[in-house]
Design a protein around this ligand. Structure first.
Ligand SMILES: Cc1cc2nc3c(=O)[nH]c(=O)nc-3n(C[C@H](O)[C@H](O)[C@H](O)COP(=O)(O)OP(=O)(O)OC[C@H]3O[C@@H](n4cnc5c(N)ncnc54)[C@H](O)[C@@H]3O)c2cc1C
Length: 355
């Protein structure tokens, strides 16, 4: 299955990092180029995984496949790299009304059995410490994405695999046995550019619908650090008395600069939950690489052999990433077919069809 030669990964966000780790595990050589100034999405991500879509009370897309794979992957990576990044933390959702509580119990005994704890809890919560009802989701937690990225960057830098800077498309040339980039030969180029894919001349036709999001980093003594709270916003323990509070959505202004209105909304929502017992450490924003049909984008360019893409992880990069990287590895090394639902080819129209 192993191929001789080296791949070039463009982008060291979560997608590029998980792909690099997956190739490394398979003994495949690669280099990686990244300009961290282009997108802050992975570095500011809350990193939460949760198999439930509360709006519809269903499991998220392909949860039964992607969750077990991601759990195995992150645990293995922790051991291999000797770092702690994978935290299983229960998620407690506030169930304020009798109707919400009944809905929870029905789902817990039917389609979400094994995912929702059927027993509800009650404990004092909020500024007035009112007795509040909570439901618990199982198999939830958080990956410390920023730390994983920093650690891999350091390791790969020491191994001489990293270039810092913007990928220069003009310098990429098709050769008989692959692609050359600045006097180096690669058997393939793997584009993991997040929202920046729109500037990629080979893949700009992928129909993205990027969504900006804001997150607060706060300090608070009013919150326990052993669970994630969810009720409109999520409050996620991130260690050392700090919590992440998120997230917002915006489709108009796609910059990494926090929008004061959205930040204010997060603060007001937080006040409803814990009063004034918090201080803001940092306000962050990033742009999620979401796709118009809300499915990831994976595979080889339909015409330009050797150019590949892993993108479109949207709001669920943490849990989808390891599974997508494994699928891409299967396609790269074993010629395995990428299913149509996630294949990049679904957006491609040959020029003759544009008329
Ligand atoms: C506020 C917020 C909260 C989130 N919370 C969660 C969460 O709780 N759970 C979850 O699973 N997901 C969450 N996400 C989504 C998650 O962060 C993304 O799915 C994931 O990080 C996307 O990773 P990526 O590598 O595809 O893109 P990116 O993180 O954007 O990485 C792309 C990288 O490529 C580099 N790059 C691009 N073009 C070039 C080029 N030409 N040359 C060199 N480098 C280039 C960029 O600088 C960047 O480093 C959140 C996102 C946001 C914004």
């Amino acid at each position: 299955m192993k191929k001789d030669g080296k791949y070039l990964i463009v982008g060291q966000g979560l997608a590029g990092t998980l792909l690099g780790l997956t190739l490394d595990l398979a003994g495949v050589d690669f280099e990686i180029i990244d300009n961290p100034g282009l997108s802050a999405c992975s570095r500011i991500s809350a990193g939460v995984f949760n198999p439930v879509v509360f709006k519809r009370y269903t499991t998220s897309w392909r949860a039964l496949e992607v969750f077990p794979h991601a759990f195995r992957f992150y645990r293995h990576i922790e051991k291999l790299l000797g770092i702690r990044i994978f935290y299983e933390i229960p998620l407690h959702k506030i169930l304020s009304t009798h109707r919400e509580q009944e809905q929870w119990k029905v789902a817990a005994s039917m389609n979400l059995s094994g995912v929702l704890n059927p027993d509800l809890f009650e404990f004092p919560f909020g500024p007035e410490q009112k007795s509040t009802c909570f439901g618990e989701v199982l198999s939830t937690g958080r990956v410390d994405v920023a730390f994983l990225l920093r650690h891999c960057l350091e390791k790969w830098n020491e191994e001489g695999r990293v270039s810092v800077g913007t990928f220069d498309f003009e310098a990429l040339k098709k050769e008989e046995n692959g692609w050359s980039y600045k006097e180096k030969m690669f058997i393939g180029v793997l584009f993991c550019e997040g929202k920046e894919i729109s500037r990629n001349p080979f893949f700009s036709w992928v129909k993205m619908k990027p969504a900006r999001g804001e997150v607060l980093v706060i300090k608070s003594k009013a919150l326990p650090d052993d669970r994630i709270f969810h009720s409109g916003i999520s409050i996620i323990p991130s260690g050392s008395g700090q919590f992440l509070v998120g997230s917002t959505y915006g489709w108009d202004n796609l910059s990494d600069i926090p929008d004061p209105e959205k930040i204010n909304w997060l603060k007001e929502e937080l006040k409803k939950k814990i009063g004034n017992e918090f201080s803001v450490v940092e306000e962050r924003a990033g742009v999620r690489p979401s796709v118009i049909d809300r499915r990831p984008v994976l595979g080889q360019h339909p015409v330009m052999a050797g150019l590949w893409v892993m993108n479109g992880m949207g709001t669920r990069g943490v849990i989808l990433g390891p599974w997508l990287a494994e699928k891409l590895k299967g396609a790269l090394l074993g010629g395995e077919k990428i299913e149509e639902e996630i294949s990049v080819g679904r957006f491609f129209q040959p020029i003759s069809q544009h008329r």
